[in-house]
Design a protein. Structure first.
Length: 473
């Protein structure tokens, strides 16, 4: 069965609908430019197939042998066209809820339509993997269709001299018109995509009006966020999770190991009681990830690349490395915890299941080189190359450990001598809490993800004597 003209016209229209949906979406210019170009080439190939099919139907083929060859190629072209339509429809169905949010529709008086558009603009950024897979599949389908059209063209041209003249004349005219049309469409598409790229963040941020903040995140990016997405610390954290999904910093945001600073007030940390007061329209907010400061008393040395070539940053108490462009602050651990101690923590992930052959964390390595303290010590004599950086972040808030002096004599030694034996039977986390060792408790809770705070300890058989109420039975 020979291909029909209407089938290729429908395929070209389907590619055009997908191009229109992409041109109205917010995303990276590089991603959508290449994808739109691939779709335009596919649409042009479908129009070429329509022209070739029309010429074949109106021409008179004298040689019957060519009919069988053309029918075989036509069957393959039809199969390829169906695969292309299925690929485009699958992508459009998967992203229908996203692309529909960018269509120009009337917005109610409550502004809910604008809020939905801004939220969809954020969630669209998480479809990068689908876009890359779709573009790769389209390129394969396009190459196959072009090869089949070439075979169809050459086979049809060998029928007779009259048909050759007709096909060549119509073919050259079609190609010339198609090339000019593609050039115009590509220029128009690039102009639209540049406008989207330049005004996309502003349109997304000011979708609720002029109420937006400027967020300088820990990866060195500048983002415009509407106030609705920063109303509370919990909502702001959900937005940060979406922004860092699949990239560096996601675990930091998920565990709450970050601080928010007011860049318009000297980089002061934002406490919870001043959250709504700080997040005002036009404010510049800084986001920094929390990390432990290396054991060094020299704060002028960059903790990431170990370079001494640092200078005072934007704020007086901030440092900036001239070598790796890291902006960092170093403050006491207690000060940072003071600002964020009341923030509701997200539930921790389930503990990791270790296999029987895995080596425990506290067991020393059998490698003799790893036991050498000189080889394992941090190199501070030279600047580290980028491939040896400890982290990829551009803004970090380092916590300086506070050394506490613990009393040598236990307070309960004279009044309750059995309490020492009771403490030794407890797990490490419960032992630190029962003895009041807050420093050890903080380290266990903040560093060990496997700590189960909801675990209830029960005395082992034979230790039922640990009773401190002294009330008898």
């Amino acid at each position: 069965m020979l291909p029909q003209i209407g089938d290729f016209i429908a395929c070209a229209k389907l590619a055009g609908q997908c191009i229109q949906a992409l041109n109205s979406a917010r995303g990276s210019k590089s991603e959508f430019t290449t994808l739109s170009a691939t779709l335009k080439a596919l649409s042009h190939a479908a129009l070429q197939a329509e022209a070739v099919t029309m010429d074949f139907h109106i021409s008179e083929h004298k040689d019957v042998r060519h009919i069988e060859r053309l029918q075989e190629i036509a069957q393959e072209v039809t199969t390829q066209r169906l695969q292309i339509e299925e690929c485009i429809k699958g992508f459009m169905d998967k992203t229908k809820s996203y692309t529909a949010a960018f269509e120009q529709k009337e917005v109610g008086t409550n502004g809910f339509g604008k809020a939905k558009t801004a939220y969809k603009s954020l969630t669209w950024l998480s479809r990068k993997e689908d876009i890359a897979f779709f573009e790769k599949a389209l390129n394969l389908q396009l190459e196959a269709l072009q090869l089949l059209l070439g075979r169809f063209y050459l086979t049809a041209m060998t029928s007779s001299m009259d048909d050759n003249r007709k096909l060549l004349t119509n073919g050259f005219d079609t190609v010339e018109v198609g090339i000019n049309d593609v050039k115009f469409q590509m220029q128009e598409a690039l102009f639209k995509l540049e406008m989207i790229w330049e005004r996309g963040p502003q349109d997304m941020a000011f979708g609720f009006g002029p109420e937006a903040i400027i967020l300088d995140d820990a990866l060195g990016r500048q983002n415009f966020l509407p106030l609705m997405l920063t109303a509370t610390p919990e909502v702001f954290r959900d937005v940060l999770l979406l922004m860092h999904k699949g990239g560096p910093g996601y675990e930091k945001v998920e565990s709450g190991k970050y601080v928010v600073s007011d860049e318009d007030r000297g980089g002061e940390l934002v406490p919870l009681d001043r959250w709504s007061e700080t997040f005002q329209p036009g404010k510049r907010i800084g986001l920094s990830f929390l990390m432990k400061h290396p054991p060094s008393n020299n704060e002028k040395q960059c903790p990431r690349c170990m370079s001494m070539n640092t200078m005072t940053g934007v704020h007086p108490d901030e440092r900036k490395c001239k070598h790796c462009s890291l902006r960092y602050k170093v403050e006491n651990q207690d000060r940072v915890r003071y600002f964020w101690k009341d923030l509701r923590q997200r539930p921790k992930p389930p503990p990791k299941v270790r296999s029987a052959g895995s080596i425990p964390r506290d067991r020393k390595s059998s490698n003799p080189e790893s036991s050498d303290p000189k080889k394992n010590s941090i190199r501070r004599s030279s600047t580290l190359p980028p491939d040896e950086y400890m982290h990829p972040f551009r803004r970090v808030h380092y916590q300086r450990p506070v050394i506490r002096r613990i009393s040598i004599d236990a307070r309960w030694a004279s009044t309750d001598p059995e309490f020492d034996a009771f403490l030794q039977a407890l797990p490490p986390t419960h032992r630190a809490a029962a003895s009041g060792d807050t420093a050890t408790l903080d380290d266990l809770v903040s560093e060990d993800d496997d700590v189960d705070l909801d675990e209830h300890w029960k005395p082992s058989p034979g230790n039922e004597l640990f009773r401190h109420d002294r009330t008898g039975s």
